[in-house]
Each structure stands twice: as C-alpha cells, then as structure tokens.
Design a protein around this ligand. Structure first.
Ligand code: C2E
Ligand code: MG
Ligand code: MG
Ligand code: MG
Length: 291
C-alpha cells in the first residue's frame, strides 16, 4: 500500500520521524486557517534614533495567537509558511496591515516609517511590486513611509529578478534594508550592486559586545562600511546601556532592542507614540522658555 501512494507514506511510519512530521502537518493545516480565522497579528518595535532618542519608525513583527498553543513565535511557523507557499498570502496581509496601522499613527507623527520583513518567496512573486503599491495606496501612504527588510541570501536566490522588482519599488521611494547583516553570505560587492539604504547589524554581534571583543570590532567595521557606502546603520537587539553607549560612540545611527522597548501590540505602541513629546522643535522651544 505504501508503495502505491509513494515514498512519503513510508517515512511517516518511522517512529522517530513520525511525531515531528505529524506535528508539522498539524501546524501546517492550522496555519492555512490562521489567516482567515484572525489568529495572525502584528506586534511593533520602535527603531530609535540614537542621537535624539526618538523613534524614527516601527518594525512590524508577525505573531500567531494559536487557540491552544498561545503565542507561536515567527521562527516556529515562518519557515513552514515559506515551504508551503502560505507566506505569499500571509506576507500580503502583513503589508496591508502594517501600512494601514502606520497610516493611523501618521496622525501623531507623519515622519514615522514602518519596516516590513519580506521572504525570498514573496519577492519572487511577479505581483510583488504591485502588491506593495496597493498596500501603500489603500493606506494613503507615500513610498518613503515604507522600508522593506530582506536578507542578503533572500536577494541572492534570484538576483536578476530581485533587482528588477527592487528597482520598481525604489522608483516610488521605498527603502530597502539588509536584515541580519553580517551573517550568511555577506559580500562587499553586494553593497555596490543592490539598491540598499540601510544595514541592520545582526543581534548576534550586539549581544556579545563587551568593550574589547571581536564583536565590538566587527560592529565598528559594519558601521564604517555602511557609512562609507552612504547607508544608515541600525543595531538590532540592544539590551543594555553599555551596548548602547558603545554603539553611540561608533556613530551607529539607529537602534532597536529590549533596552528601548519590546515588540508590543498596536494598542500599546499607539499609547507609547501618543505619549511622546510632540517633536524636537517643540521640546526645544519649551526648554528655552524655561531657561
Ligand atoms: P528580524 O527581522 O531580525 O527581527 C528582529 C527579532 O529580534 C525579532 O524577533 C525581535 O522580537 C527580536 N528582538 C528585538 N530586540 C531584541 C532584544 O533586545 N533582545 C532579543 N533577544 N531579541 C530582540 P521575532 O519577533 O521573534 O522575529 C524573528 C524573525 O521572524 C524576524 O527577525 C524575521 O526574520 C521573521 N519575521 C517576523 N515577522 C515577519 C513577517 O511579517 N514576515 C516575514 N517574512 N518574516 C518575519
Ligand atoms: Mg527584520
Ligand atoms: Mg534582523
Ligand atoms: Mg535577526
């Protein structure tokens, strides 16, 4: 019987793999309905200007509120969604949702941007540039309100295709960030070829900074490299004030991490944004009146 159906059936009968496969199949089935069932949601984490301490934007981070399992972190289901192709539809929803949310927050501060993570598989969709434009239009946003975060390896999967798509997006003002920079297939030549605006130093470098370590020197190198290419540099995963001080010293432009704020739902982030002093000019004026 196993022979007639195919080799996969034989594999499911191996006890060692059986459980993992069943688990995956379960998750996969549930993932298909999660989007329709409203179980997917976005959290947002501020990306802070290290000089002023103000948020320049928010990164949208996907969460799955599973009815039995609670919050399933993205690392547990995004790879699966990429494999099955579900990431295409999910990614479109993320773009729509993140843009709509930013449109609302623009009433508080119209200079805020939103950063959205994009998978290789999404980028390869012929409709990707149109989908992005549609999300912006629906939310009444200009292209410069949106940053797309992509890893180098995702871009390199089909460089020609990616370049075509990215050029179309760049033409309407959308920014491109290289996510998790310094891990994977980093090559200096990519920075010349790819239409990049931003480097995000991977958290693994930041979390191991301690003043005189290789991580400190590599972080310094990435900041210089970014600035030499006229890119802005964002440090991911800043957790303590020593890391922050070191990164400021290096001239790193922006930072993100638990030290500033954990990713939170739109309600909590909206409250935080609404509680910020209006704008630096307003604050300075207030200060000079006090002096
Ligand atoms: P990423 O894009 O590199 O996002 C940064 C991750 O670092 C997030 O994990 C964030 O919660 C976490 N983080 C931020 N600050 C700190 C910190 O100070 N300490 C620590 N320990 N962690 C920090 P998260 O939310 O679990 O997301 C993991 C990855 O899942 C993301 O990495 C991204 O690659 C992927 N992802 C998330 N949302 C989406 C999405 O909508 N679409 C796609 N394709 N991928 C997504
Ligand atoms: Mg990211
Ligand atoms: Mg990252
Ligand atoms: Mg990362």
């Amino acid at each position: 019987r196993g022979k007639a159906v195919g080799r996969n059936v034989v594999i499911t009968y191996q006890p060692a793999m059986g459980e993992a496969l069943l688990e995956r199949q379960l998750l996969q089935t549930h993932l298909q309905s999660a989007l329709g069932g409203g179980e997917l949601t976005l959290h947002y984490q501020p990306i802070v200007d290290l000089r002023s301490g103000r948020p320049k934007g928010l990164e949208a981070l996907l969460r799955w509120r599973h009815p039995c399992r609670g919050m399933v972190p993205p690392c547990d289901f995004i790879p699966l969604a990429e494999e099955t192709g579900a990431i295409v539809e999910i990614g479109r929803w993320v773009l729509d949702q993140a843009c709509r949310q930013l449109g609302e927050w623009h009433r508080l501060d119209p200079s805020l941007t939103v950063s959205v993570n994009v998978s290789a598989r999404q980028l390869r969709q012929p409709s990707f540039a149109d989908d992005v434009q549609a999300a912006l239009d629906q939310a009444g946003l200009e292209g410069r309100a949106l940053t797309l975060e992509i890893t180098e390896s995702a871009l390199l999967e089909d460089l020609e295709l990616a370049l075509g798509t990215l050029q179309a997006l760049k033409a309407v003002g959308i920014a491109l960030a290289l996510d998790d920079f310094g891990t994977g297939y980093s090559a200096l030549s990519h920075l010349r070829v790819l239409p990049v605006d931003e480097l995000k130093i991977d958290r693994s470098f930041i979390s191991t900074m301690e003043g005189e370590s290789d991580s400190d020197r590599l972080a310094a190198m990435i900041v210089s490299l970014g600035h030499a290419c006229r890119l802005r540099v964002v440090a991911e995963g800043i957790e303590d004030s020593l890391q922050l001080a070191a990164l400021k010293e290096l001239g790193c432009d922006y930072g993100q991490g638990y030290l500033f704020r954990r990713p939170q739902d739109a309600q909590a982030i909206g409250d935080y944004l609404a509680g910020l002093p209006f704008a630096p000019e307003v604050r300075n004026r207030a200060r000079s009146r006090l002096a």
